[in-house]
Design a protein around this ligand. Structure first.
Ligand code: SAH
Length: 525
């Protein structure tokens, strides 16, 4: 009988790292482990293979054991001289019926110990980035069972008092009655815009959180497909999540839900859109540039007729490639028109457009910024070499000037026009007025065009975070008085999305006015 003892052990809320050192030691030394659901299976790996493991929860084709049966099991095994661990989710005495089990042990004169656990009431909140108390925001927190429907007459929970604590209210086991509970709180005087977080599978890798105001969050949660285990955290501390969200499993997609404005032309948005969606962002499209044919092709056709006599043709964009090949086609020519002319492609998308026409670029710069391209080209011999630069009708001539300085005979050839599509101005204002988190600029012309669309009204951008594809675009934005939030390291749509992901994972979201009002300072003091 010397080993006969029962340990009521809290397993923690889910993350197996949240069991206590003492709890884990108990598991290792147990001869019998009695457990139910909501436990990470890895916890049971520390149990000795000789130990008996009894699952008392609901299983396929079997009812869960009743509380009386569980109590009896604990008593029987202890009376047989075993060291028994009763492993319970969270803390054993927080709605775990651990108290009842302890009383049954006392009744039978069986020695026991309680090893407290980290309760989901606090831990799920913490993993959702919500401290249950915070100076000046919530000075108390209440954990309440939501298993009693407040609309039932037998309900004994004082919802009228709970509606007015001014602190934090955490509701466990409240999923089924959630609408009624929140409505009751509202009727008892809790403000309809009180923020609520519903946390499902808190601290588990599949944790999900839905945030909403008291009067709408239940339907938001159902729409999002939440299911138990869920708990609700109610009160102003929920707003802190905006800044404190840290849990990698949930924060894996840092752009989740962010509205990101795309300002590339319609023909180029699809890749950026796909990459943003992959990161969970909501892409909004604003075609601030559209590609249009030139009004007069006389000069371009004449140039293309002597294409083979150029030493190099360097394409600045995929649009330039498309435009040149469209003309060659009309002239009943194909890639052979390049003859011995070497071909350069600035940017991977440009190289791809050439590859589709059977041309492997002889030169693709490491970086797509004009200055860097010139630097990379400078190691070659350019003296007297005729170079064709097909590009947009407006554009930067850094490349042309750079190559001229290197001695090349540069011919800059407009191959297409960029135009503002009709009605885009209104479309732009409408979109921006609905709130945009990030505006992406993929070229200098997209910056100019967006501002032109807004008649130069920078205020219409509403303080959206501005992300530029490269330094040239950023310089243009700054010249035009826009605050540039980030510049991609690599000037490509992939680079732009990478930079956004990096930026937003670093939790650089500007503090909400709520926090600015002294709260942050007081919490540091
Ligand atoms: N003793 C446990 C609570 C048991 S009551 C503890 O201290 O955490 C069971 C209820 O707890 C569930 O209905 C759910 O509301 C909540 N719960 C438990 N684990 C949870 C988790 N990981 N995430 C969200 N809610 C959880």
């Amino acid at each position: 009988m010397t080993n006969a003892k029962v340990f009521l052990v809290g397993a923690g809320p889910g993350d197996p790292g949240l069991i206590t050192v003492k709890g884990l030691r108990c598991l290792q030394q147990a001869q019998v482990v009695v457990y139910d659901r909501l436990l990470d299976p890895s916890l049971l790996q520390s149990v000795s293979p000789q130990a008996e493991q009894v699952f008392v929860g609901k299983a396929r084709g079997r009812q869960a054991l009743t509380q009386e049966q569980i109590n009896q099991l604990l008593v029987d095994r202890a009376k047989a001289g075993k060291t028994v661990v009763r492993l319970k989710g969270g803390d054993p005495f927080v709605f775990g019926r651990g108290g009842e089990e302890a009383l049954a042990l006392v009744q039978h004169g069986i020695p026991f110990e309680v090893v407290p656990g980290v309760t989901s009431a606090i831990a799920a909140a913490a993993y959702a980035g919500i401290p249950v108390t915070h100076r000046r925001v919530a000075t108390c927190f209440t954990v309440v069972s939501g298993s009693e429907d407040p609309s039932k007459p037998e309900s004994v929970i004082p919802w009228d008092v709970l509606a007015r604590t001014g602190g934090t209210l955490v509701v466990l086991m409240g999923w089924n009655a959630l609408e009624n509970i929140l409505r009751t709180l509202g009727q008892q005087g809790m403000a309809a815009d009180t923020p609520v977080a519903l946390v499902q599978w808190g601290t588990w890798p599949q944790q999900r959180t839905v945030i909403g105001a008291l009067n709408v969050v239940a339907s938001k949660g159902r729409e999002a497909g939440l299911e138990p285990p869920v708990l609700a955290i109610i009160g102003p501390v929920v707003r802190l999540r905006e800044q404190l969200q840290w849990f990698a499993a949930e924060a894996k997609r840092p752009l989740a839900g962010k509205k990101v404005l795309i300002t590339r032309s319609r023909t180029q948005t699809s890749r950026l859109r796909a990459l943003l969606e992959e990161q969970g962002a909501v892409p909004l499209e604003l075609p601030s540039i559209e590609v249009a044919p030139l009004e007069d092709y006389t000069q371009m056709d004449a140039t293309l007729a002597r294409l083979g006599s150029f030493g190099w043709a360097i394409f600045a964009s995929a649009n330039a490639v498309d435009a040149v090949f469209a003309r060659l086609e009309l002239m009943r020519k194909d890639a052979r028109a390049f003859g011995a002319c070497q071909v350069g492609a600035i940017g991977p998308a440009t190289a791809e457009a050439l590859a589709r026409r059977g041309i492997r670029a002889d030169f693709i710069p490491q970086r797509s910024v004009s200055e860097a391209v010139v630097a990379e080209l400078s190691s070659r011999q350019w003296s007297g070499v005729p170079v064709l630069l097909p590009a947009a009708d407006i554009g930067r001539d850094v490349l042309a000037q750079g190559l001229s300085r290197l001695g090349a005979q540069v011919e800059w050839q407009p191959a297409y026009r960029t135009v503002t599509p009709a009605g885009a101005g209104e479309e732009a204002r409408e979109l921006l007025s609905q709130g945009v988190d990030v505006i992406t600029f993929a070229s200098s012309s997209t910056v100019r065009n967006l501002l032109a669309l807004l008649d130069g009204d920078k205020a219409a951008l509403g303080g959206s975070f501005i992300a530029c594809i490269g330094p040239t675009t950023a310089a243009t934005a700054r010249e035009l008085g826009l605050p540039v939030g980030l510049v991609a390291d690599e000037a490509s749509v992939e680079g732009l999305v990478d930079a956004l992901v990096k930026h937003f994972s670093n939790d650089k979201i500007p503090p909400s006015p709520f926090i600015k009002g002294g709260l942050r300072d007081s919490s540091l003091s």
